[in-house]
Every structure is written in structure tokens, then in C-alpha cells.
Write a protein that binds this ligand. Structure first.
Ligand SMILES: *Cc1c(COP(=O)(O)O)cnc(C)c1O
Length: 325
């Protein structure tokens, strides 16, 4: 297979910048999004650095663990998984803890909840706090605007709403965030987890570590998004699908897992698992799956995202849901 050209690589970074709506520094991560997310935590965390970390699901919890391992002072603002962080609670925690940075997951596919990111960003900007977002499960399904919202660091994957695969992911960083990582004596050095090193290397040359197959697949995904009218059109499509599935599932008698419908992500829909023989025995069918881990006994996920954001998928999913009652 031919090596990736500089033009292809530049188009790849531009594709990621386009869906994030940013002019910030974008780097390609040679691996699944979790690699970039861990790299962000390791590059930012150090003694004397204070983080307010929102925990609304498992990914937020893991991020806090990595920050602590790096010697940072971390205050976890935890919410039950069937709720998301309230802007009031975040504002109070910023005042009380005075963090250098605020980290959170925008939408968690595991819970079906989306934090009120736009409102949270406004609070962080006012307080002069840097912001770090795991946007893997949101971009393409929930509105996101990195520069307009003043996000400093955003992690991106393509395997959720963005019609792509999980072999390459991206991290976008403001100049200030990149500086902050460079100044951190505890950041990884000579390491695939060093984002400043990846940034410098990728300005020089097309990275060897990047899978050519996955890179071309990502380019195809970005082109597909363009063809359908861009990331806003894709977001609208997910929002319409989520509204339809929520409405029809409720009409069948289901209850949403998230307590407040306004905090549901448009990526997928989480529903309380019916306490029936079929509900308890359910192991998954099509885009309907049991919850992850301990949530398998609590909720069902309808994963109507990416290539499965179609009416045919919705119809089939609703038939599955009906059969479990
Ligand atoms: C959503 C997500 C996955 C996949 O999780 P599923 O529960 O299989 O949907 C993997 N990695 C990251 C970083 C994610 O956000």
C-alpha cells in the first residue's frame, strides 16, 4: 500500500479541525480515542496543578485517576449516572476549589447523558479556567464548537457519530494548552503519550506510526460528512433520530434512564430495562444492547448513531424494544 502523502495527512487534520470547528493545533493519534484521552491527562497532570473533574460516567472517573497518578490535585464533582452536571454545581465548585483546569466528558454513551457543555464553557471562560473535553461521543450528534466555546483541549474519535472507524483519533489543543503541556516536568518524554512531541513530529513529517488504512478510512468518513451537508447536518440528523426514538419508546411504555430529557445526548438513547422475562434475558439485538457492566441490569442502549442513524434502524430497534415488554 502506498504511503500516506503530505496532502492526504493535511486533509486528515483539516477534516478533524472542520468537525471540531477549530483553528487550534490538531494532531492525529495513532490509536483508539482512549489513547489520546490518556495522553491528555498525562501531559497536563503534575504536582501543584489543580483540576476540577466532572464525573458523570466511567470515562470521567478514569480521567480523574490518571490526573491523580500524575501528581495533580483533583476535585471530582460526581453526579449519579442518570443525571449530568448542573451549571450551578460547576460554578460553585469553581469558586470553592479554584482549579487551573476543568475536565469533563461531554456525552457518555454508557449513560446516554450529555453535560450542558455550552453553559459550562461560559462559566469556565468567565473564571479563566482552562477546559479539557472528551468529545468522542458527542461531535456529530450534539452541537459542538471548539473555538466559539473557548475549549482548550478536545479529544475526538470517529467511531461514534462521525461515520468512521476507531483506529485513528485526534486531539486539538489551543496554543495555551500546548504551552501548559510543554511546561509540565511530569509530562511523558520520548513517548507516544507525549502530545507536544507528536505535535512537533507531525509538523515535520507524515507520522510513520499512523495506520495508512485507517487514515484513508478517516478521509472517507470526512468526505461522507461533507457530502451530506457537513457536521451540522449530521448533528441535526442525530437529534431528529434521538427525538423519534425517545418519543416512540415512551409510547410503548418505556421510561428514559436519564431523569431529565433535556440532558439526553442525541448519540444514543438509554431506557430503563423492563423487568420482564424477555428484558432480563436480553443479550442484544442489532443496535439495541444491554447496559455496560453494572448497568446491564438497569438500562438498555439504543445506539442509533453513525451509519445506524437511519429510519430502518429505528423501526427495527423499536420492534426489538416492543418484544421485550
Ligand atoms: C464511546 C467510546 C468507546 C466505545 O464505547 P461503547 O460502550 O462500546 O460504545 C470507546 N472509546 C471511547 C473513548 C469512547 O468514548
Amino acid at each position: 500500500m502506498n504511503a500516506l502523502t503530505r496532502d492526504e495527512f493535511d486533509a486528515l487534520l483539516q477534516g478533524a479541525a472542520g468537525v471540531l470547528k477549530t483553528k487550534a493545533n490538531v494532531i492525529a493519534i495513532p490509536g483508539e480515542a482512549i489513547l489520546g484521552i490518556e495522553a491528555v491527562a498525562r501531559c497536563c497532570a503534575g504536582p501543584g496543578r489543580r483540576f476540577l473533574n466532572l464525573v458523570t460516567g466511567p470515562y470521567g472517573r478514569d480521567f480523574g485517576l490518571w490526573l491523580r497518578e500524575g501528581g495533580a490535585e483533583v476535585f471530582d464533582l460526581e453526579t449519579p449516572y442518570d443525571e449530568t452536571a448542573s451549571p450551578e454545581a460547576v460554578a460553585a465548585a469553581i469558586r470553592a476549589f479554584e482549579p487551573d483546569a476543568l475536565s469533563y466528558v461531554y456525552a457518555e454513551a454508557v449513560t446516554g447523558g450529555a453535560n450542558p457543555a455550552e453553559a459550562i464553557q461560559r462559566l469556565a471562560r468567565e473564571a479563566g479556567v482552562m477546559t479539557i473535553i472528551d468529545a468522542v461521543s458527542s461531535v456529530g450528534a450534539d452541537p459542538f464548537s471548539m473555538d466559539e466555546w473557548g475549549v482548550d483541549i478536545a479529544s475526538l474519535g470517529l467511531q461514534k457519530a462521525l461515520l468512521g472507524s476507531n483506529g485513528i483519533s485526534f486531539v486539538a489543543m489551543s496554543n495555551q494548552a500546548l504551552q501548559w503541556m510543554r511546561q509540565n516536568p511530569r509530562a511523558p518524554k520520548h513517548s507516544i503519550l507525549s502530545l507536544p512531541e507528536l505535535y512537533d513530529a507531525q509538523r515535520e513529517a507524515v507520522p510513520m506510526a499512523l495506520s495508512v488504512l485507517e487514515a484513508r478510512e478517516a478521509l472517507r468518513a470526512f468526505e461522507a460528512i461533507e457530502t451530506m451537508g457537513g457536521v451540522d447536518a449530521l448533528t441535526k440528523r442525530h437529534q431528529a433520530m434521538a427525538a423519534l426514538v425517545r418519543r416512540e419508546a415512551r409510547a410503548l411504555g418505556y421510561e428514559l434512564y436519564q431523569k431529565d430529557e433535556s440532558t439526553c445526548t442525541a448519540l444514543n438513547t438509554t431506557l430503563l430495562r423492563p423487568d420482564t422475562l424477555a428484558g432480563r434475558a436480553f443479550r442484544g439485538e442489532g443496535i439495541v444492547t444491554p447496559g455496560n457492566g453494572a448497568l446491564s441490569e438497569v438500562l438498555l442502549r439504543v445506539n442509533h448513531y453513525g451509519d445506524h442513524c437511519t429510519e430502518a434502524d429505528a423501526v427495527r430497534a423499536l420492534e426489538t424494544l416492543k418484544s421485550l415488554l
